[in-house]
Design a protein around this ligand. Structure first.
Ligand SMILES: Cc1cc2nc3c(=O)[nH]c(=O)nc-3n(C[C@H](O)[C@H](O)[C@H](O)COP(=O)(O)O)c2cc1C
Length: 191
């Protein structure tokens, strides 16, 4: 069976982002089911409703990448107990213009890491609330990851065994969810 297309959105533009490393590690865990594509969001202009009628080329590219995806993985840090402005900007461009919501009915798996004990929980909670409002189908469960230096090893794999098993469970369940939704969509368009 062909692999499903997984769009990966990382909520950090930091050069050495731990969330980007984590996202690569999760993409590897899901490689049997998904072909991962990392979607760039750091070149998107600041959202401005004045530009909705004539979308900037970066936004057109970004929305096409989301449209082509069977499933979306969002890995985000927490900034000031919410999602980073970078990610909120990308979420807003995805949601607009009205009638062209890129998130509607997309299966979305939200996770993220921070060095703090609650591992980006509040950011993820905010993002879940936003995405529910936008009509995405969220993978259930809570994947709050506390960043530790050995989280991702030198080869880009999730180094900590218990975290690797934990995230393997999530990405496997996500593959099942995405496959079911994709089969439903195909059945509907064939009917
Ligand atoms: C502006 C700012 C706000 C932050 N706020 C939080 C926070 O509310 N909770 C938290 O756990 N970490 C917070 N941090 C720490 C980040 O979790 C940490 O920098 C993390 O490495 C960011 O992920 P990244 O490496 O993928 O960019 C904050 C960092 C910055 C720069």
């Amino acid at each position: 069976m062909a692999k499903m297309k997984l769009a990966v959105v990382v909520g950090s533009n930091r050069r050495d982002s731990v969330n980007r490393k984590l996202a690569h590690g999760i993409a590897r865990l899901g490689a049997d089911a998904f072909a991962a594509h990392f979607v760039r969001i750091d070149d998107l202009p600041m959202f401005n409703q004045d530009n909705e009628g004539n979308l900037p080329p970066e936004v057109v590219r970004y929305k096409n990448e989301l449209a082509q995806a069977d499933a979306i993985l969002i890995v985000t840090p927490e900034h000031d107990r919410s999602i980073p402005a970078l990610l909120k900007n990308a979420v807003d461009w995805g949601a607009r213009p009205w009638g062209r919501n890129s998130w509607a009915d997309k299966p979305v798996f939200i996770t993220g890491a921070s060095p703090g004990a609650i591992g980006s929980a509040l950011a993820q909670h905010h993002l879940r609330s936003i995405m529910t409002g936008l009509g995405a189908t969220l993978l259930g469960g809570e994947a709050y990851i506390t960043f530790k230096p050995d989280l991702v090893d030198a080869h880009g794999n999730i180094g900590d065994e218990s975290t690797r098993k934990f995230l393997q469970g999530f990405i496997d369940r996500f593959a099942t969810l995405a496959a079911r939704l994709s089969a439903l969509t195909q059945a509907r368009s064939a009917a």
